[in-house]
Design a protein around this ligand. Sequence first.
Ligand SMILES: [Zn+2]
Length: 251
Amino acid sequence: MKERMDEIRELAEILKKSENIVFFGGAGVSTESGIPDFRSADGLWNEKLKIKCTPEQLVSHTFYMKYPEEFFEFYKSKLLYPDAKPNDAHKALARLEQMGKLKAVVTQNIDGLHQAAGSQTVYELHGSVLRNYCEKCHKFFDEKYILDSEGIPICDECGGRVKPDVVLYEEGLDQDIINASVRAIAAADTLIIGGTSLVVYPAAGLVEYFRGDNLVLINKSVTSEDRNADLVIHDSIGRVLSEAMQYIISI
Ligand SMILES: [Zn+2]
């Protein structure tokens, strides 16, 4: 068992010598900003169906089309956290990009916190709650417009329904974003995977494109990729990255 300081030092050495780092992050990155994984939320009682729906059902395309009121009730209460702020993980990654070491963040999160921390190249596999569009005239609306709307958000220009630019269950991912993520991962010398158990599609598949020297996993619990990694740290992603950054700056 490695000592804690040895793990941080090893990570810092990897970051120091790397020139093309890609970060792949999951829900665990956002939970440290106080945004719970919506999949852990209680479902909602659906009066029309007379069943309690799971979080996954509630954010599915079928549900959005058939029961938009219930969809937006769940969406507004469980997926929108307008007061959330970037945490130490977001900040460390933005810093690594400014240093010219990190080339891309690939994220499964939809909260926009990487950009809020200053990251420039962010591939949002599942979209963003910060972008919303009228289904008819494509007018853009921000997150506040959705939060302030009563029930189903309606376009103030044409009366069309406003849809969050978030990939719902049953919907396909954006192929351009997948391709860009694959290219970034395939070109990386170091891939850091953080805050994800890697069981959710497309995480596991994307990781297979990595051909670089250092696969680093930072996650509170054990993942299926642990045995393939060059360095595994079971701890908070924010704490680990900020400590490694401090170590880099001090040497
Ligand atoms: Zn419209």
